[in-house]
Design a protein around this ligand. Structure first.
Ligand SMILES: Nc1nc2c(ncn2[C@@H]2O[C@H](COP(=O)(O)OP(=O)(O)OP(=O)(O)O)[C@@H](O)[C@H]2O)c(=O)[nH]1
Ligand SMILES: [Mg+2]
Length: 364
C-alpha cells in the first residue's frame, strides 16, 4: 500500500512538472513577443516621445543581428525627415574632469530654457570593460528625473576585432523624438574624442587646473578639435590659478589655426557642480551655432560627417558579410594573428586575407 502511495505521489509530481513547463513556455513566448515591436509602433513611440519605445528603437539600431539590421534600416529610413534639427554637443576631458556633472547641470539649464535634452555616451572601450561608465546613471540622478530629459549610455561592441559604434544612429532617433540638444560624453581617451568630434556640431573641452598638459591629455590633436573650453572646478581658492591656466591655454591656442573662421575659442571659467559659468557656455554654444549657420559651415560639416558615416557603414556591412562565413572568420583570425605576432607585415596579411575572401565567390 505504502509502495502504491509512493508511486501515485511520484506520478503526481511528474505531472506537476510537465504542467508547469507547459505553462512556462507560452509565458516565455508571450514575454519574448512583447519585446518585439513593429516599425510602425516604434516610429509612433518615437514621435510621441514615449521613452520606453525610444529606448527599444535604440536597442534595435545597436543590434548586429541581420534581421534587426533590416528593421533598423527601415526605421532609420522612415525617421530621416524628422532628424537634423538638434544641436549636437560633444563633451570631452580627462577622467574626473566633471563631464557627467557638467552634462547634468547644463542639461537642466537647457530644460529651464524650454528645451528637450538627450544624453548619450560614446565608449569605444566598452567591449572590453563590458558597459559604459555612463551606465552609472546615479551620476545624473537629477537630470534623469526631468520629463524633458532622456539619458542613454551607448555601449559599443567589438566586431571582428574592430570598433562598432551606433551613437550617430541613436542620435537620429533622439532627434526624431524632438530632443533639441544631444549631449554626448566621451569615455576613455583617444579614439572616443575623434568619434564624438565626427558626429557633433560643437566640441567642448573640460579642463581642470593642475597637472601638466601632457597629463591632462591636451595634445595638439584635441586642441585642434575643440570649439569651446571650460575650466571646471573653479572656486575662490583657486581662482588665480584658473586665470593663469586660462592665459596658458589662450597662448597655446594662438599657435593653432582657427577651425572656424571668425571664431576665437572662448576659455570660460566656472563650476559644473555649483552651476557657475554654465549660462555663459549655453550662450557661447548658441553663438557658435549661429556663426556656423550663417557661414554655411554648419551644413558643410554635417555633409562631411554623413559621408564619414557612409564609409563607416560600408566597412561594417562588409565585415558582417565576412562574419556570416565561418571559414572567412577563421582566416581573418589567422591573418590578424600573423600580423600581430609580426610574422609578416600587417598590410601583407590584410591583402592576403581580402584576396582570399574575394575569391571565395562572395558577393559584396
Ligand atoms: N569641487 C568641484 N567638484 C566637481 C565639479 N564638477 C565635478 N566635480 C566632482 O568631480 C568628480 C568627478 O565628476 P564627474 O562628473 O563624474 O567627472 P567625469 O569627467 O564625468 O568622470 P568620468 O566619467 O569618470 O571620466 C565628482 O565627484 C564631482 O562631484 C566642480 O565644479 N567643483
Ligand atoms: Mg562621466
Amino acid at each position: 500500500m505504502g509502495n502504491c502511495q509512493y508511486q501515485i505521489m511520484t506520478i503526481c509530481a511528474f505531472c506537476a512538472i510537465i504542467m508547469s513547463r507547459l505553462l512556462i513556455i507560452p509565458i516565455l513566448i508571450i514575454n519574448f513577443e512583447s519585446m518585439k515591436f513593429s516599425t510602425e509602433e516604434l516610429i509612433e513611440g518615437i514621435q510621441s516621445g514615449n521613452k520606453r519605445l525610444i529606448a527599444k528603437a535604440i536597442t534595435l539600431v545597436e543590434s548586429k543581428k541581420a534581421e534587426h539590421r533590416i528593421q533598423a534600416e527601415e526605421l532609420l529610413k522612415r525617421i530621416m525627415p524628422l532628424t537634423g534639427k538638434s544641436v549636437r554637443v560633444g563633451v570631452t576631458g580627462v577622467p574626473g574632469a566633471g563631464k557627467s556633472t557638467f552634462i547634468e547641470n547644463f542639461g537642466r539649464l537647457a530644460i529651464a530654457h524650454g528645451k528637450k535634452v538627450a544624453v548619450l555616451a560614446i565608449d569605444p572601450s566598452s567591449s572590453i570593460n563590458k558597459g559604459s561608465i555612463l551606465g552609472d546613471k546615479t551620476r545624473m540622478e537629477e537630470l534623469a528625473k526631468e520629463e524633458n530629459a532622456f539619458i542613454r549610455p551607448s555601449p559599443s561592441s567589438g566586431f571582428l576585432g574592430g570598433v562598432a559604434n551606433t551613437t550617430f544612429e541613436t542620435m537620429m532617433i533622439c532627434e526624431a523624438a524632438g530632443y533639441d540638444y544631444i549631449l554626448i560624453e566621451t569615455v576613455g581617451v583617444g579614439q572616443s574624442e575623434v568619434l564624438v568630434a565626427d558626429i557633433t556640431d560643437v566640441f567642448l573641452f573640460l579642463k581642470i587646473i593642475g597637472g601638466g598638459d601632457e597629463l591632462q591629455g591636451i595634445k595638439r590633436g584635441i586642441m585642434e578639435m575643440v570649439d569651446l573650453i571650460f575650466i571646471n572646478k573653479v572656486d575662490q581658492d583657486n581662482l588665480q590659478k584658473a586665470k593663469n591656466t586660462r592665459l596658458e591655454l589662450k597662448r597655446a591656442l594662438d599657435f593653432i589655426p582657427p577651425k572656424e573662421k571668425g571664431w576665437k575659442i572662448p576659455v570660460l571659467l566656472g563650476s559644473a557642480l555649483h552651476n557657475e559659468g554654465l549660462e555663459a557656455i549655453y550662450d557661447s554654444v548658441a553663438e557658435f551655432i549661429d556663426l556656423k549657420k550663417k557661414s554655411g559651415r554648419f551644413n558643410e560639416v554635417r555633409t562631411h560627417q554623413a559621408e564619414k558615416r557612409f564609409e563607416y557603414w560600408v566597412q561594417e556591412y562588409i565585415l558582417a558579410l565576412m562574419k556570416k562565413n565561418n571559414s572567412v572568420e577563421e582566416a581573418y583570425a589567422t591573418h590578424k594573428k600573423n600580423a600581430s605576432e609580426m610574422i609578416s607585415n600587417p598590410s601583407t596579411e590584410a591583402k592576403l586575407f581580402v584576396e582570399k575572401f574575394l575569391t571565395k565567390g562572395n558577393n559584396i
